[in-house]
Ligand binder design. Structure first.
Ligand code: NDP
Length: 387
C-alpha cells in the first residue's frame, strides 16, 4: 500500500467556501491539437469547487483510502521540522502544485527512501531537482495541458493591463479620485505593437493565437520551429534566439520552462537590448528573469512595465523587491489555478495515480523523468545540468 504525501496551499483566510460565484464550469474534453483532457475512471469532487487548497485535497481522499492507501495533506512545506520533511521520510508519492511548490531538493530526495513518484498537479516540474530524480530513479510527471489555456488568458490580461495602465487607473477609482491625466499619461493601445514570445509551446502558441486579432505583429523564438502553415496563418516572424528577437518587440512574453538553458536569461544584458519602454510578461518561472535586473530596469525606465505571477521562492517573502518596484502588475502564482484548471489537474492527478498504482504506464505526454532519464514531454521541453 502506498503513502501519498500531498502539499497544497492553505484554505481561504475566511474558511473553505460554502458556495461559489458560479454554478459550474464549461466541460472541456479536448485541448487544441486533440490531446484529451484527463479521463480518470471516476472523480469524487465537484468540478468548479476549490480543490487545490488543503481542504479540497485534490478530491483524492476517498479514492485512495478506499483502496487502502494513506493520504497525508499539508501546507506546511518549508523550514526545519516542517510536516512535509517529517512525512517525506517514508512517502512513496509526493504531489504538489507549482503555486505552492514542495521543493524536492537533492537532500530531500536522498532522505525520501521510498520515494518513487513526484506528481506536479499542474505544469512545470522545476521545483523537483530533475538531476536528483534521475539519479534516484524517481518518476516525475505533470498534467500536461491542464492549465495552458488558463495561463495564456492570464498573459493576454497582463499585457493589456500593463499597456493600458489598468491597475493604477483602477486604484484611482478605489481611492475616490477622478484624475484622468494620472491614468492616461502611461496608457497606450496595443494595436500596432510588436509582440514576441520566448517559446511557442502549448502556452506560447495559445498566447499568439489570442493576440492575433488585436492587429499586432507577432514574433517568436523556440528550439523547434512551428509548422510553416501556422507561421503563415498567424503571420509570425521566427527568430533564432531570444537575443535576436527582443530588440524588435514592444512586448515580450516568456513561456518556456525553467531549466539550465533558460535560467537567468533576462538579465541586465538582454533587457538592455530591448526597446526603451518595452513590457515584459513572465508567467513561466521567476528565475528565467534576474530579480534585481527587472527591478533596476523598471526604475531606470528601460522597461515600462513587468507583470507575471511567478516568484522565487514561493511564497515570496514580504520584502521581495517585486512587491514594491514601480510599474508592475504582479499577482501571486495564480494563473494556472483557476477553478476551471483545478478540475482538470485534479482529474489528471487522479488519472496518473490510477495508472501508477495499477502498474500501467503513464501517458507519455505526462512524463518529465522516467527510468532514470528525461522522458515524454520532459525529453522534448527540458534539459538537465551537464555541469
Ligand atoms: P510546453 O512544453 O508545451 O512548451 C514549452 C516550450 O518551451 C517548448 O516549445 C520548448 O521547445 C520551449 N523551450 C524550451 N527551452 C527553450 C529555450 N531554451 N528557448 C526557447 N524555447 C524553449 O509547455 P507549456 O507551454 O505548457 O508551459 C511552459 C511553461 O510555463 C511551463 O514549463 C511552466 O514553467 C510554465 N507554466 C506556468 C504556469 C503558471 O501558473 N504560471 C502554469 C503552467 C505552466 P521544444 O519543445 O521545441 O524544445
Amino acid at each position: 500500500m502506498a503513502k501519498v504525501l500531498c502539499v497544497l496551499y492553505d484554505d481561504p483566510t475566511d474558511g473553505y467556501p460554502k458556495s461559489y460565484a458560479r454554478d459550474g464550469i464549461p466541460v472541456i474534453d479536448h485541448y487544441p491539437g486533440g490531446q484529451t483532457a484527463p479521463p480518470p475512471e471516476a472523480v469524487d469532487f465537484t468540478p468548479g469547487h476549490l480543490l487545490g487548497s488543503v481542504s479540497g485535497e485534490l478530491g483524492l481522499r476517498s479514492f485512495l483510502e478506499k483502496a487502502g492507501h494513506t493520504l497525508v495533506v499539508t501546507s506546511d512545506k518549508d523550514g526545519a521540522g516542517s510536516v512535509f520533511d517529517r512525512e517525506l521520510v517514508d512517502a512513496d508519492v509526493v504531489i504538489s502544485q507549482p503555486f505552492w511548490p514542495a521543493y524536492l531538493t537533492p537532500e530531500r530526495i536522498a532522505a525520501a527512501r521510498n520515494l518513487k513518484l513526484a506528481v506536479t498537479a499542474g505544469i512545470g516540474s522545476d521545483h523537483v531537482d530533475l538531476d536528483a530524480a534521475i539519479a534516484h530513479g524517481v518518476t516525475v510527471a505533470e498534467v500536461t495541458y491542464c492549465n495552458s489555456i488558463s495561463v495564456a488568458e492570464h498573459v493576454v490580461m497582463m499585457i493589456l493591463g500593463l499597456v493600458r495602465n489598468y491597475l493604477p487607473s483602477h486604484q484611482v477609482v478605489l481611492d475616490g479620485g477622478w484624475n484622468i491625466a494620472d491614468c492616461v499619461s502611461r496608457s497606450y493601445d496595443l494595436e500596432g505593437m510588436h509582440v514576441g514570445t520566448v517559446a511557442a509551446g502549448r502556452i506560447g502558441l495559445a498566447v499568439l493565437r489570442r493576440l492575433a486579432p488585436f492587429d499586432v505583429t507577432l514574433h517568436y523564438t523556440d528550439r523547434t520551429r512551428l509548422p510553416e502553415s501556422v507561421e503563415r496563418e498567424l503571420n509570425l516572424t521566427f527568430h533564432e534566439s531570444a537575443a535576436a528577437m527582443v530588440p524588435h518587440c514592444d512586448v515580450v512574453t516568456i513561456n518556456a520552462p525553467l531549466h539550465p538553458q533558460t535560467e537567468g536569461l533576462f538579465g541586465d544584458e538582454l533587457i538592455g537590448t530591448m526597446k526603451r519602454g518595452a513590457y515584459l510578461i513572465n508567467t513561466a518561472r521567476a528565475r528565467i528573469a534576474d530579480r534585481d535586473a527587472v527591478d533596476r530596469s523598471l526604475r531606470s525606465g528601460q522597461l515600462a512595465g513587468y507583470a507575471g505571477d511567478v516568484w522565487f521562492p514561493q511564497p515570496a517573502p514580504a520584502d521581495h523587491p517585486w512587491r514594491t518596484m514601480p510599474h508592475h502588475g504582479m499577482t501571486p502564482h495564480i494563473s494556472g489555478s483557476t477553478l476551471s484548471a483545478q478540475a482538470r489537474y485534479a482529474a489528471g492527478t487522479r488519472e496518473i495515480l490510477e495508472s501508477w498504482l495499477a502498474g500501467r504506464p503513464l501517458r507519455d505526454e505526462y512524463l518529465i523523468v522516467d527510468g532514470g532519464r528525461l522522458a515524454g514531454t520532459g525529453a522534448k521541453s527540458y534539459s538537465v545540468n551537464t555541469r
